[in-house]
Each structure stands twice: as structure tokens, then as C-alpha cells.
Design a protein around this ligand. Structure first.
Ligand code: PGA
Length: 245
């Protein structure tokens, strides 16, 4: 299984900046054992489609609505994402769970709708600091992963473990915490008959990428802030290539 380094641009990026970013990635940016993906805002999906595919970089979206079409002003359907060239869609990101109020039920509906058109969801899970401090991390993860119960285990899926307290804060989880938590997630996925990649996310940067990506059970990274600049994104990709070699 190739490691995946995926850049989540969140609500950042204008057309000029995006084109400049892609130019700075160089000719053949993806090393042999690493898959690269980029999740720009919706407005940049179409413009980036060809430029990224020419460089072997997969395209993804940061969210989707679960209805196929109709009177849902402001929403984007799974088929529209496929039409724009997306392979991936991020679901259940903590910013959508906690700022927008998405529930596990809504996320499950989006998961099924994404699979229906052939998208590969990157399902984000992770606990709040209070939950970790109260020893509830595994309970939270178990509940968030339970939406996979009863789904077809042959459908494409990637999980991203992103502790909420590590996202955009500069506080990464320790390698011991990452190793322990990824082991639990893999155990839970096995119970659900799922064999898929589990990424780590939360303040991954060029300085800490190698040690985080080298943790057992970590098969890639979901990168926010450090994916906005081509050079720091590429340093993380190179770190993934180093540990994969
Ligand atoms: P961060 O974001 O790397 O800026 O912490 C990660 C994410 O939210 O996916």
C-alpha cells in the first residue's frame, strides 16, 4: 500500500496562488512509494484538474452534500465532484463536526452517497483534549468509526486520525500517542473487516513529518497549514518517501 500525503487547503487559495503552487512542485513530484493528493476549495477543482493530473497528483474535495441533485442552494453533490475530476473527498473533518455541527449520522449518509459515485472518502476521526485527558480517546474513536458498521468492506476508504487539539495549533501528538492510537484504530477497523490506510493529521510540518510518518500504523499524512506552500508540502512528501523506502 503506497503512503498518501494529502494537502487540505481548507478555505485558502486563489487561482493565481494555486497555479504558482503547482508550477513550484516541479515536473515529477511524486516519489515512487508515495501518492500525493490535494484538496483545494471547490472553486479551484476544475482549474487544477489537468495541471495536477499531468503531475500524477490526485484531486480531492473537502466536503460534499449527500443528495444527488436538486433544490439545495449552495451545496455540491458527489457526482459534481466526480465531474470535476475528484478521486477523494474528506468527510467528518473536525472543523465540520465542531463549527458546522455535522453529526455521525450525517457523515454516514455522505459516506454512502460518495461511494455511490465512486469517490474515495477520507474519513476523519479524532478526540478533543478533554476527552483524551479523561481517558475517553478510544471510546470517541470507536463511536466515530461505528458509522462503517454494515457497509461494504470492498469500497475504497482512507481514515485520517486527527486529534482535535493538534489541528492548526502547532501541538502535535507524541509518537507514543500516535503509535498507540493508530494501533487502536487498526484494531477497530479489523473488527469492522476494513483494511485501509490510516493517515495522521494535526500540525504535521517538515520538521516533525519523518518521525510521525515512521510510527507503526501510520500510512500517510493529512496536512493543513504546511500544504499551502509547495516547498514545505514537498518536504513532507520527501519524508514519507524516506520512511517508505
Ligand atoms: P493542520 O491541519 O496541519 O493545519 O493542523 C490538518 C487538518 O486539519 O487536516
Amino acid at each position: 500500500m503506497r503512503r498518501l500525503v494529502a494537502g487540505n487547503w481548507k478555505m485558502n487559495g486563489l487561482l493565481d496562488e494555486a497555479m504558482q503552487f503547482v508550477a513550484e512542485l516541479g515536473e515529477n513530484p511524486a516519489p515512487e512509494h508515495v501518492e500525493m493528493a490535494l484538496m483545494p476549495p471547490f472553486t479551484l477543482l476544475h482549474p487544477l484538474r489537468e495541471a495536477l493530473s499531468a503531475k500524477g497528483i490526485a484531486l480531492g474535495a473537502q466536503n460534499v452534500y449527500f443528495e444527488p441533485k436538486g433544490a439545495f442552494t449552495g451545496s455540491i453533490s458527489p457526482l459534481m465532484l466526480r465531474d470535476a475530476g475528484c478521486h477523494y473527498v474528506i468527510l467528518g473533518h473536525s472543523e465540520r463536526r465542531h463549527i458546522i455541527g455535522e453529526t455521525d449520522d450525517v457523515i454516514r449518509t455522505k459516506l454512502l452517497a460518495s461511494w455511490a459515485v465512486g469517490l474515495e472518502p477520507i474519513l476523519c476521526v479524532g478526540e478533543h483534549l478533554k476527552e483524551r485527558e479523561a481517558g475517553k480517546t478510544n471510546d470517541v474513536l470507536k463511536r466515530q468509526l461505528a458509522i462503517l458498521e454494515g457497509t461494504d468492506s470492498g469500497l475504497p476508504l482512507t481514515i485520517a486520525y486527527e486529534p482535535v487539539w493538534a489541528i492548526g495549533t502547532g501541538h502535535t501528538a507524541t509518537t507514543a500517542q500516535v503509535t498507540e492510537t493508530h494501533a487502536y484504530i487498526h484494531e477497530e477497523l479489523n473488527r469492522l473487516h476494513r483494511h485501509c490506510r490510516v493517515l495522521y493529521g494535526g500540525s504535521v510540518n517538515p520538521a516533525n513529518a519523518e518521525s510521525l510518518l515512521a510510527c507503526p500504523g501510520v500510512e500517510g499524512a493529512l496536512v493543513g497549514g504546511a500544504s499551502l506552500k509547495a516547498d514545505s508540502f514537498m518536504e513532507i512528501v520527501q519524508a514519507a518517501a524516506k520512511v517508505a523506502a
